[in-house]
Design a protein around this ligand. Structure first.
Ligand SMILES: Cc1cc2nc3c(=O)[nH]c(=O)nc-3n(C[C@H](O)[C@H](O)[C@H](O)COP(=O)(O)OP(=O)(O)OC[C@H]3O[C@@H](n4cnc5c(N)ncnc54)[C@H](O)[C@@H]3O)c2cc1C
Ligand code: SF4
Ligand code: SF4
Ligand code: SF4
Length: 480
């Protein structure tokens, strides 16, 4: 038996291998970044191979587990605004959970356990569902999941499980053919990966030191009217409740840059081969549609007849739902089909974090970025290059000042937004970035002011538009 069950870079940490090992030979241990990986005690292991058989990343015959695939998409939201505000997207997870409970079933969801470690639990009543609300963006303890789902199915209960695609896949593998799965409803969350428990525990420790009180509640995404996922809400035992902008804490950097290795090459992003009855997430792009709710919309992709039947059972006064164009919805939610990219800087931050606290790792990373930025700014300054800017955001005036742009040799400005093309910006007309190929000989450098830190995607976009020259990407130079 090899030391690893699956290749370490593929292992999604589902821990189903631990659940099947009769010899208790497997334990989940954190690596330097705090992500859990299975470790085999070779003295206890009898080399039966059960762990390999159940491992979802070693599954080669995906087709045998696949559900029906129907290109249907819906958008919707909970009608009760208070309920909607406490859900991450449009509250569809909560809506179907309540339906299953109403039908005498139970729901497996994720709540915060001790020390804010997210863990699976089961709810039999509507009240018990409350703790499941809200996405938990750090690694989950799945210990209570696999066996408990099987026991509930074995006693004939209707069971809904809500989870990340890799966990839903491992559960499907674990539930073998002897169990009646007609009563099982699987709901997959569209997934952009998670960060490690170590990240959150250090953040909480830092906040407790700062506020001199224990943290008593933590919400990752508190909704403001613009529904951007940019605020935490942290409650303390001394009664203080603080809302903090993601990008003003180290968490934002960690959530963007410190993800599990398997998430960069996720094996569970194939919507046609998903094991779930539903796939749900944020409905981006719904702003242009009649059924947009500023407090959040769920994107709902039902994949089986029983999923459609559950949708049909939702009363209009409880959950507003409407069918939308599948291709449009699919196009706007990149995480349905693509793995996250390993952003520039990710490896540096991870290396720093292996040997330092999160705070120190972020400080070291900032020092490195500042040095890089200074080098770029000193290179662009003056007459050496004909410069073009790409991206006219609201913050452009601040950037002019911050980066001393009046001393750059700016010749052209580009954007892709139809609202901005043609407008005047600091004395120059904003051109369509799609026309950049026409300017290849007139520009030496493009400075991308786009806030995205995903240089790979930005680079691809420029290449597609015919740009062949040098580019500086400024998106990652954000400091707290
Ligand atoms: C780590 C992570 C990354 C995500 N990335 C994206 C993304 O990139 N794009 C996108 O469109 N959507 C993403 N989502 C899904 C989105 O954040 C919402 O969870 C989803 O739309 C459901 O929202 P809701 O309003 O219906 O449910 P809510 O009322 O917010 O309930 C959330 C449900 O999800 C369960 N849950 C919460 N956290 C976890 C977890 N870590 N593991 C398993 N189950 C959990 C809860 O038990 C609950 O049932 C992600 C979710 C997570 C947990
Ligand atoms: S081979 Fe069998 S005994 Fe060994 S770790 Fe895997 S499941 Fe356990
Ligand atoms: S993917 Fe899951 S089953 Fe496979 S080795 Fe990792 S934790 Fe174990
Ligand atoms: S991105 Fe893939 S591997 Fe990572 S947590 Fe999500 S489903 Fe699992």
């Amino acid at each position: 038996m090899s030391k690893y069950i699956a290749n370490i870079s593929d292992c999604c940490g589902c821990s189903v291998c631990l659940s099947v090992c009769q010899c208790m030979a497997i334990t989940m241990k954190p690596n330097d970044l705090g992500f859990l990986y299975p470790c085999i005690d070779e003295d206890l292991c009898i080399e039966c191979g059960d762990c390999k058989d159940v491992c979802p990343v070693l599954e080669t015959n995906l087709n045998k587990m696949v559900n029906l695939f129907d290109k249907k998409a819906y958008t919707g939201y909970l009608v009760d605004n208070i309920e909607l505000l406490t859900s991450t997207s449009g509250g569809f997870a909560n809506a179907i959970s309540k339906k299953i409970i109403e039908q005498g079933g139970c729901v497996f969801g994720v709540k915060y356990g001790d020390n804010f470690i997210p863990e699976y639990d089961v709810a039999y009543t509507e009240e018990e569902l409350e703790v499941f609300k809200g996405s938990k963006y750090t690694e989950v303890n799945n210990n209570k999941l696999f066996e408990c789902v099987k026991s509930e199915l074995n006693v004939g209960k209707k069971v809904l499980v809500i989870g990340l695609p890799c966990v839903i896949a491992s559960l499907k593998k674990y539930i073998n053919t002897n169990v009646n799965i007609n009563n099982l409803y699987l709901c997959e969350l569209i997934c952009g990966g998670y960060t490690s428990r170590r990240v959150l525990s250090e953040l909480i420790e830092e906040m407790e030191n700062k506020y001199e009180s224990k943290v008593s509640s933590f919400i990752f995404r508190v909704k403001n009217p613009y529904v951007l996922p940019c605020y935490f809400q942290v409650g303390f035992e001394n009664g203080i409740i603080e809302s903090m902008k993601w990008n003003e804490t180290y968490f934002e950097k960690a959530y963007r840059l410190i993800k599990r290795d398997s998430c960069y090459n996720c094996k569970f992003k194939n919507i046609e081969l998903s094991y779930a009855d539903f796939i749900i997430g944020d409905h981006w792009g719904s702003e242009n549609q009649m059924h947009y709710n500023k407090y959040g919309n769920s994107l709902i992709l039902p994949r089986t007849p029983k999923a459609l039947a559950l949708i049909d059972s939702l009363e209009e006064q409880f959950f507003k739902i409407v069918e939308v164009d599948f291709e449009e919805a699919y196009k706007y939610n990149h995480m349905l089909s693509k793995s996250i990219t390993n952003l520039e800087g990710s490896n540096y931050l991870k290396e720093y974090f292996k040997k330092n606290s999160l705070k120190r790792a972020c400080e070291l990373y900032n020092i490195k970025l500042k040095k890089e930025l200074e080098e770029i700014l000193s290179e662009i300054k003056g007459e050496r290059y004909n410069v073009a800017l790409w991206g006219v955001s609201m913050g452009i005036d601040n950037m002019y000042e911050k980066y001393d742009m009046k001393n750059w040799n700016i010749k052209y400005i580009f954007d892709s937004s139809e609202y901005k093309i043609g407008m005047n910006c600091h004395g120059l007309k904003v051109n369509n970035i799609k026309d950049i190929h026409k300017f290849n000989k007139k520009i030496d450098v493009i400075v991308s002011l786009i806030s995205s830190t995903d240089c790979v995607v930005l680079k691809k976009q420029l290449l597609e538009n015919g740009w062949k020259g040098k580019t500086f990407y400024m998106g990652k130079y954000r400091f707290i």
